[in-house]
Structure formats: structure tokens, C-alpha cells
Design a protein. Structure first.
Length: 194
């Protein structure tokens, strides 16, 4: 790893400078900062925790630098569903900034070889548990889409059960989740045919 240090931070000039200690992965969703606990494979909010000792690179387009940061121990429900105030407290400030950086494409996961292996093993267990063909390993991007849809559905069922059209919206969630699993199966079949 080839980082530059000053009085307040550590940074790199490119993502290559974090190798071989870390594997940089673009963050498309805050879900990527979390992992499923232990051997659990059921996708539900209570089964997720922040990846321990997780680092990420925050890209500053103005400076052209990738700042090394450590992800705080923020519960997933807070990251995904907490409605923030513009300047209420430190959590709100961090959440607003982090969410904006993710949507701007300026966050990169920095996974250790052990964290990469753990993520890969978990994708295999989740895929095998849902009867994906071949090695059963679920595609990472599809995994993120499925988790988002399932957790949004869980949140909707919890907060909106008394709203008009509740059953219709639930049905729409179930259809989208089913379509994503069909897409995962189709992708595995295509890869197995090659």
C-alpha cells in the first residue's frame, strides 16, 4: 500500500495505491457496507451488521485524492431508512454526506483479502439456499438489488399496513423480488452453458 500522510488524513493518488492490502470496489449502494451475520442466509434487516474493520476510499474530485476512511459502526436500519435533518446531530451530518458521496459515485470499498473471501462465501451460501444452478454463487450486483428490494418490502410492511392499496403494493414488491431471483437463475444458467 502506498499512502501519503499529513496531520489529519491519509490519502492516495489512485486506487492502485491501496493494493495489494485492499481490493477497491465501487460503492453503488450503502448496502455494500454491511454483511450478513454469521451463517445466516435469510435476507432481513436484523440479519445484517456493518462489515467489521471496514475501510473505504473517499474520492475528492477537486483534489484528485482518495482519502482513507474507516466506516463507523452504524446499524443498517439507520443507514437505509433513517430520515435525516440537515444539521441535527453528528449521525445526520455523516449520513447526509455519506449518502451523497455514494450517489455521486465517490466511495470505494477497500476490502481485505479475508473480507473478499467472506463476501464470496456468503454469496455462495445465499445462492445455494435459493437453489441457484451450478456453483450456486449469487451475482454481487443482483445480490445488492435483491437485498434492497427485500428490505424496502420489509420496511413497507412494517410501516404501511393500514394504508389503502397495501396488498397491491405488497404484490408488486413480491413480483419484483421474484423477477430478480429469476434473473439470477437465468444468469447462472448462461454462465454454466459457457
Amino acid at each position: 500500500m502506498n499512502l501519503i500522510s499529513d496531520d489529519i488524513s491519509q490519502y492516495a493518488g489512485s486506487l492502485e495505491d491501496f493494493k495489494p492490502d485492499y481490493t477497491p470496489i465501487k460503492v453503488w449502494s450503502p448496502i455494500q457496507m454491511y454483511r450478513m451475520i454469521g451463517k445466516k442466509t435469510v435476507i432481513e434487516l436484523d440479519n445484517f451488521e456493518p462489515i467489521p474493520e471496514l475501510h473505504y476510499a473517499l474520492f475528492s474530485p477537486k483534489e484528485g485524492k482518495y482519502y482513507l476512511k474507516e466506516f463507523p459502526d452504524i446499524p443498517m436500519w439507520l443507514m437505509l431508512f433513517y430520515k435525516t435533518d440537515e444539521d441535527w446531530d453528528s449521525y445526520d451530518t455523516f449520513l447526509n454526506s455519506f449518502r451523497r458521496y455514494v450517489s455521486d459515485g465517490n466511495i470505494f470499498l477497500l476490502l481485505t483479502p479475508e473480507q473478499v473471501k467472506d463476501t464470496s462465501n456468503k454469496l455462495e451460501r445465499i445462492g445455494a439456499g435459493n437453489h441457484l444452478p451450478g456453483d450456486g454463487k449469487l451475482d454481487y450486483r443482483l445480490y445488492l438489488k435483491i437485498v434492497k428490494e427485500v428490505l424496502d418490502y420489509e420496511s413497507y410492511k412494517d410501516k404501511c399496513k393500514n394504508l389503502t392499496g397495501f396488498k397491491t403494493v405488497c404484490n408488486q414488491f413480491e413480483i419484483r423480488i421474484s423477477e430478480l431471483w429469476k434473473e439470477a437463475i437465468k444468469l447462472k444458467e448462461l454462465l454454466n452453458d459457457k
